[in-house]
Design a protein around this ligand. Structure first.
Ligand code: PHE
Length: 335
């Protein structure tokens, strides 16, 4: 017992020595039990307990020592591995498709001299609606579309419904010329389905300077589409309405899937709508402290989800927010 108590192993080899000395079938413990068989019944009573204690002590000491050296034993085993075997592979994460496409959009506009502007996702009524020329009774202010955070007399706080709010913040802060794009997340109170979600991502753009015309708007967006979807992608503009632009338009591109031939995605029309745009309404310029006699501007806004769907033939919006690796791992990895 004393020897066992004093046993202080310094290596895994010591532990093995201990095991061979005490615990194997020809070891001390086993041989003492063998001897025990031949002692008298009276002696057995006292000796039995002593022997059992001894056995337990040896086993306990061994398992403690074994634990202590388990790590180094594992290491020793590893050095004995075949070093020519290939290493253990590990999987890199990949970029989210919306991040990939946002980056692509930003890069295209950066080359045209647009800077990136950002603003808060929780906005007040002024920046999200009033400054943008939304009449007080406009349906977009309705509880149906907007997530209100707080009702405040005349200046409610809400989750922004578009990044046009950043245009207002930008114009309020400085002097023309302004040439910026505003990527960001926006929120609308819609039932979640394959085609709608309660939040999505936008890139809006704004260019304000002396003499900016609708021709500038068309050429900028035409160039953008050629860069993003490839040369030869056709565009067309349809008249539309937004409170903050006049005139307003929606831009369609020739369907990226069927190249204008007609398919399920474009409902056999050959065209898909990708953005809203127009000349900044003079009221908006004035609301932001800009002289609308001197300056004109254009603005546009697109949903990144829509742009991404067309690029990768994705048919269900919900895939973007479900974090399913089977979907996400199909996209580019960046190191
Ligand atoms: N803000 C509009 C939207 O959310 C898009 C838009 C931006 C339209 C700028 C015209 C000009 O749908």
């Amino acid at each position: 017992s004393q020897e066992i108590n004093e046993f202080t192993p310094t290596s895994a080899a010591d532990v093995e020595q201990f095991r061979l000395r005490f615990l194997v079938s020809k070891g001390i413990v086993k041989s003492l039990f063998d001897e025990f068989k031949s002692v008298s019944p009276e002696e057995k009573r006292t000796l039995g307990k002593v022997l059992n204690d001894f056995k337990q002590l040896a086993e306990l000491k061994f398992s403690e020592a074994q634990e202590q050296f388990a790590a180094s034993a594992a290491k020793a085993e590893r050095t004995a591995d075949d070093l020519t075997l290939p290493g253990v592979g590990f999987q890199l994460g990949s970029r989210h498709p919306l991040s990939l496409v946002r980056k692509e959009i930003v890069e295209i506009f950066k080359k045209l001299g647009f800077i990136v502007a950002e603003g808060p996702e929780i906005e007040d009524d002024w920046h999200n609606f009033s400054a943008l020329n939304f009449p007080p009774e406009h349906p977009a202010r309705d509880m149906q579309d907007t997530f209100f955070v707080e009702k405040k007399d005349g200046n409610d706080i809400a989750l922004r419904t578009h990044t046009s709010s950043v245009q207002v913040r930008l114009m309020e802060m400085g002097k023309p010329p302004f040439r910026a794009i505003m990527p960001g997340r926006v929120y609308r109170n819609e039932a979640i389905s394959a085609r709608a979600h309660c939040f999505f991502h936008q890139v809006e753009g704004l260019y304000v300077d002396e003499g900016v015309s609708f021709a500038d708007l068309k050429q900028t967006l035409y160039h953008f589409v050629q860069e993003l979807y490839g040369e030869g992608t056709k565009v067309r503009f349809r008249p539309s309405y937004f409170p903050f632009t006049e005139p307003s338009a929606e831009m369609d591109i020739s369907c990226t899937i069927c190249k204008g031939e007609g398919c399920q995605l474009c409902k056999y029309s050959g065209w898909v709508e990708i953005l809203g745009c127009g000349m900044v309404d003079p009221n908006v310029l004035e609301n932001c402290g800009i002289d609308s006699k001197k300056y004109t501007g254009f603005a546009f806004g697109m949903g990144i989800e829509r742009i991404t769907n067309l690029k990768y033939e994705i048919r269900d919006l919900r895939l973007f927010s479900e974090n399913d690796v089977r979907f996400l791992s199909q996209f580019e990895t960046e190191i």
